[in-house]
Design a protein around this ligand. Structure first.
Ligand code: BEZ
Length: 214
């Protein structure tokens, strides 16, 4: 995905949203923030995705994470569409702002363009850290709706790795063991992880796969 990517600073754009004008850095402020784009208003998959984001809003708020949607229509259209989204999704309120991008400027600057249709946003999602840098990005085609459980899971991994020198292994879920970062020696790990850790016994006898619980 050329353009804005992991480790880059989010451009401090001023965007029109359903909650008024927002400067992206002011919105992020000191929080993790999820910015997620959609191909267009009044489209089926997007209606389910924005509704699911509304249903999951409490889970994100509990983690101190802000949400910002984006779709390439204007604010009037978004406000009409929100009525459908809330109606279809058991009345869960869309409490997060949705940015408008009728000129397709924002999606270019945020690297959310669908490579198959350069006039449309893909289903892109950036997690921005309190330092305004991109921590994680998903890029899905228009035909594949996102799984909000996976967004929460990935976020939990990011938040954990921001607090400890760990990484999360394949299919990790909160509560399961994590792996100790390769940059940490065994001696350091004994100090750092006083709860202990297990070293996988591998044919190489190299002690690089170490599990602990944090
Ligand atoms: C949808 O949201 O359902 C959708 C949007 C654009 C292309 C295909 C599907």
């Amino acid at each position: 995905m050329p353009g804005l990517t992991l480790g880059d600073t989010l451009p401090n754009l001023e965007v029109e949203t359903t909650h008024g004008k927002i400067k992206l850095h002011d919105y992020v402020n000191n929080s993790y923030t999820i910015i997620f784009s959609h191909p267009g208003d009044f489209t089926p998959v997007c209606t389910t995705e924005l509704g699911m984001m509304a249903a999951y809003a409490d889970k994100f708020a509990q983690r101190g994470v802000k949400l910002l949607g984006l779709s390439c229509d204007d604010v009037n259209s978004h406000n009409e569409w929100i009525k459908d989204i809330e109606s279809f999704n058991n009345g869960h309120k869309v409490t997060y702002p949705i940015a408008a991008d009728p000129k397709r400027d924002i999606i270019k600057q945020l690297n959310m363009v669908d490579p198959d249709d350069t006039q449309s946003p893909s289903r892109a999602l950036h997690v921005v850290g309190p330092d305004k840098k991109i921590k994680l990005s998903f890029l899905y085609p228009a035909s594949t709706g996102r799984n909000m459980d996976e967004v929460v899971r990935a976020l939990d991994s990011l938040l954990k790795a921001s607090k400890h020198k760990i990484a999360t292994p394949a299919n990790w879920k909160p509560g399961e063991p994590v792996v100790i970062a390769p940059s940490v020696s065994n001696d350091e790990a004994k100090e750092m992880f006083q709860q202990g850790f297990d070293i996988a016994d591998l044919p190489s006898k190299k002690e690089y796969l170490r599990f602990t619980v944090v």
